[in-house]
Design a protein around this ligand. Structure first.
Ligand SMILES: *Cc1c(COP(=O)(O)O)cnc(C)c1O
Length: 365
């Protein structure tokens, strides 16, 4: 008789994280990876140099408290170092946030579809997901999310802008929501794409962290700062929350190279924000191009676009794939396509035009 180790039954329901695929390599086809919302450009020289220098101390453990990085973040955003927690990407922090608030019997509220890590980290903690459908514009329905909060709710994720739809909630709706959420429920504003939004229109989560003790803000170095491979993100939250995040952190999780590169990225943020601005302009060009051939992408504030294509999702994804573009299909729902270099975006618009002509989609709305 073979006995196997007993594992937690909560793990049985955890869906696998579907990572964006690399493009297929084909003879004579230029390929672009548009499936993971990465920055299409390699790190700027200052960041690369800082990372290279850090390689010389790979024999030593990293600074446990990421002291210099925490200080750089606190200085950059003008807040106390006690309110900063860093970890292995903001996904790591999302997991820690659930871990410090929620246990079996507790619920975690989030819009759906939103970032696919939310249900996963909820189940890992043994808590229960309470997904709330997006509204007809693929935007978070904050009134419905508020209604979904009850005495079992410990945490609410608001992904702003939302992955995978790119839509963002505006100031008025968010302020009404935050004023109504019970003060013992933690609201996590996931702002992984903050650098791509129009700050005049989309509210800055840090303003609400300053106003409400139950608001935490997630940011990352993986997107605009171009350091996805190094795994480093941060959470800004009031001291009790930030201190709890530090308690449950994976010891030495943020490597010396990640700490050094992230600091260099902050010190050279002007160049990176300029690059993010160019990517946002390309996003607007892609949105306009898609609309001009009759497609209906959601309003995007991020570095990707979303086409709700339902049953036709896999057909467009397949066509992109044939043409050397890897995109991120969500079966029978829609396709998320990362804004790439201008050449990649041109190619996407060509394919979109071909697809509309082939599928006779124009005019269907
Ligand atoms: C990409 C992304 C992150 C960033 O994840 P990291 O772990 O920091 O790489 C966080 N939240 C959302 C919604 C994202 O799309």
């Amino acid at each position: 008789m073979t006995q196997t180790p007993r594992l937690r039954s909560a793990l049985d329901d955890i869906p696998a994280y579907k990572a964006g695929q690399p493009p297929k390599v084909r003879e004579g086809v230029v390929s672009h990876k548009l499936s993971s919302n990465e920055n299409p450009y390699p790190p700027i020289p200052e960041v690369l140099r800082a990372a290279e220098l850090a390689l010389e101390s790979l024999n030593r453990y990293p600074d446990f408290a990421s002291t210099a990085l925490v200080e750089a973040i606190a200085t950059r955003f003008n807040l106390p170092i006690e309110d900063v927690a860093v970890a292995t990407g903001s996904v790591g922090l999302a997991q820690q946030l659930v871990q410090i608030t929620s246990e079996p019997g507790d619920t975690v509220v989030f819009g759906w579809r939103a970032f696919e890590a939310y249900p996963i980290v909820t189940l890992i903690a043994g808590a229960t997901s309470r997904p709330v459908p997006l509204d007809s514009n693929d935007r978070h329905d904050l009134d419905a999310m508020l209604a979904a909060i009850d005495h079992t709710t410990r945490l609410v994720f608001v992904c702003n802008p939302n992955n995978p739809t790119g839509t963002a909630v505006g100031r008025e709706a968010l302020e009404r929501f935050l004023a109504a959420v019970p003060p013992d429920v933690l609201v996590v504003l996931d702002e992984a794409y903050r650098e791509f939004v129009d700050p005049g229109r989309i509210p800055d989560g840090l303003q609400y962290y300053r106003q409400y003790p139950n608001v935490a803000v997630l940011r990352t170095f993986s997107k605009a700062h171009g350091l996805a491979a190094l795994r480093v993100g941060f959470c800004i939250a009031h001291e009790p929350v930030a201190a709890a995040l530090r308690k449950v952190q994976v010891p030495f999780g943020v490597s010396t190279v990640a700490q050094a590169a992230a600091i260099a990225a902050l010190h050279n943020e002007g160049a990176l924000l300029e690059q993010a601005g160019l990517i946002a302009a390309e996003r607007d060009r892609v949105l306009a191009g898609l609309r001009s051939v009759g497609l209906t992408p959601s309003e995007s504030e991020a570095n990707f676009v979303w086409l709700r294509l339902g049953q036709q999702t896999s057909a467009l994804a397949g066509m992109c794939d044939e043409a050397g573009l890897s995109v991120r299909p969500f079966a029978d729902e829609g396709v998320r396509i990362t804004v790439g270099t201008p050449a990649a975006n041109d190619r996407l618009l060509e394919i979109a035009a071909e697809w509309v002509a082939l599928a006779g989609l124009a005019g269907e709305g």
